[in-house]
Design a protein around this ligand. Structure first.
Ligand code: HEM
Length: 462
């Protein structure tokens, strides 16, 4: 009898839960989709997006439909969102309902087990290991080495016409290798560089893996990179048992149990995340400083002040905390340039949002650039004005490093290497831009026209 009563109660409970779930699901199904158009079958509105600056496409949609709208680009149905509250919901509060998503070819190139493509326990473990290697405590030890990379780079540009972005890529690549391998990689640096440069050429190519195609060469370079990494791993296992403070040391800790393949995928992933992003921000900073001589003077004065107050000329972590004007220039550059205009997520189930349905499987794109360029969030948003950061921005309106579970774990390192380079650059060098500078290129990060060619000179010392 007791058994029958328990079974009956369980049956009632489960039925109620089921009915509740289906009524919620039913209610969701009846919700309207966000406003907007889906364009032509299959190609959707891809042509409209790429026939102009993509930001013009986003801005005109926001003007027409408001902060949430639907579209269909690159074969995917998408919901684009540009309100700070919506971005917070997707990236933070309800992040479990929106998984990161990338085309399969990009996953193959970077490695399926890299941090970006995961959720849940495996992602949390990787994130803890990556964050540990990039805390202020860990990176402050490598300031002298970052400084010597910066000094060598600047010296190699003296009295030359340089392509700023290309040179910045070399600088940020060398800093990334330093933060990943410490000084262990010196032997392999040129091989790593050669393979990585071939790999990246295939990143935006058609994913056709036939001999002769960019994608094929790129996959070959990917395999060679994994072999070099395997050599570095075994060398460290054989010769060097002590604890290392770098990313490789963090990944190799025995109790963490990462396979060599997982380590390789994540190292290639971190190089990818660290290099072009930081290099394009640096390129924009040089452009904005050249266009705003008063700001350049204020930064130079601040950096000369740091140099004068020191007997020992090398920079310390504390010095980098005494650079408020330069730090605001970095913040304002991150806002105006918004080098990552948006990011991608995918709804893992039907989601109700602001009275609309976001159907399962649809892509969801938080539009960082629109949030950073909205007059509701920043007055006179197109103006480069670092002083606006004397007051903290409104919550969730400034997200150059993303937000929530996948927010950038390398942001402290990025800011540190930029400050170190700017210190030496503004105190010892001057530069002038060459050629037209009005266009923006997307490669895929936003970049000044032609990578910003400049002439670079040492200052005449008094
Ligand atoms: C100024 C330069 C940089 C910018 C603007 C930037 C921006 C971002 C953004 C917006 C995200 C989040 C993407 C998303 O939510 O979909 C991200 C993730 C990431 N970034 Fe950065 N980043 C920069 C430099 C770096 C550096 C120097 C490193 C490493 C040393 C790094 C490593 C990563 C990694 C590993 C992730 C993935 C985190 C995860 O999925 O949990 N980034 N970055």
């Amino acid at each position: 009898m007791e058994f029958i009563t328990i079974s009956f109660s369980l049956f009632i409970l489960l039925s109620t839960l089921f009915l509740f779930k289906s009524s919620v699901a039913g209610r969701r199904k009846n919700l309207p989709l966000p406003p907007g158009t889906l364009g032509w079958p299959y190609i959707g509105e891809t042509f409209q997006l790429y026939s102009q600056n993509p930001n013009v496409f986003f801005a005109s949609k926001v003007k027409k439909y408001g902060s949430i709208f639907k579209t269909h680009v690159l074969g995917c149905r998408c919901v684009m969102i540009s309100s700070p509250a919506a971005a917070k919901l997707v990236l933070v509060t309800k992040s479990h309902l929106f998984k990161p998503t990338f085309p399969a070819s990009k996953e193959r190139m970077l490695g399926k087990q890299a941090i970006f493509f995961h959720q849940g326990d495996y992602h949390s473990k990787l994130r803890r290991l990556v964050l540990r290697a990039f805390t202020p405590e860990s990176i402050k030890n490598i300031i002298p080495d970052i400084e010597s990379i910066a000094v060598d780079s600047l010296r190699s540009w003296e009295n030359r016409l340089i392509n700023t972005f290309q040179e910045m890529k070399t600088f940020t690549f060398n800093v990334a290798l330093l933060s990943i391998f410490g000084k262990d990689e010196v032997l392999y640096r040129e091989d790593l560089k050669r393979c990585y440069y071939i790999l990246e050429k295939g990143y935006n190519s058609m994913p056709i893996n036939l001999p002769g195609t960019l994608f094929h060469k790129s996959m070959k370079a990917r395999r060679e990179l994994a072999q070099i990494l395997a050599k570095i791993l075994s060398l460290r296992r054989e010769t060097n048992k002590e604890n290392h403070n770098d990313l490789l040391g963090s990944f190799m800790e025995e109790k963490e149990g990462l396979s060599d393949e997982q380590i390789a995928d994540n190292i290639i992933g971190v190089i990818f995340a660290a290099r072009d992003t930081t290099a394009s921000v640096l390129t924009w900073i040089l452009k904005y400083l050249a266009e705003n001589p008063t700001v350049l003077q204020a930064v130079t004065d601040e950096q000369e002040g740091i140099m004068k107050g020191k007997d020992d000329k090398s920079l310390t972590w504390l010095d980098t905390k005494k650079m408020p004007i330069t730090s605001r220039v970095i913040q304002e550059t991150l806002r105006v340039a918004s080098i990552l205009s948006f990011t991608f997520r995918e709804a893992v189930e039907d989601v109700e949002f602001e009275g609309y349905l976001i159907p399962k499987g649809w892509k969801v794109l938080p539009l960082f650039r629109n949030i950073h360029h909205s007059p509701e969030n920043f007055t006179n948003p197109e103006k480069f004005d670092p002083s606006r950061f004397e007051v903290a921005p409104k919550p969730n309106t400034f997200m150059p490093f993303g937000n929530g579970t996948h927010a950038c774990p390398g942001n402290e390192l990025a800011k540190l290497e930029i400050l170190v380079l700017l210190h030496h650059m503004t105190t010892k060098y001057r530069w002038s831009m060459v050629g037209p500078q009005n266009d923006i290129h997307y490669a895929p990060f936003a970049l000044p026209q032609n990578g910003l060619p400049i002439r670079f000179y040492p200052k005449k010392m008094p």
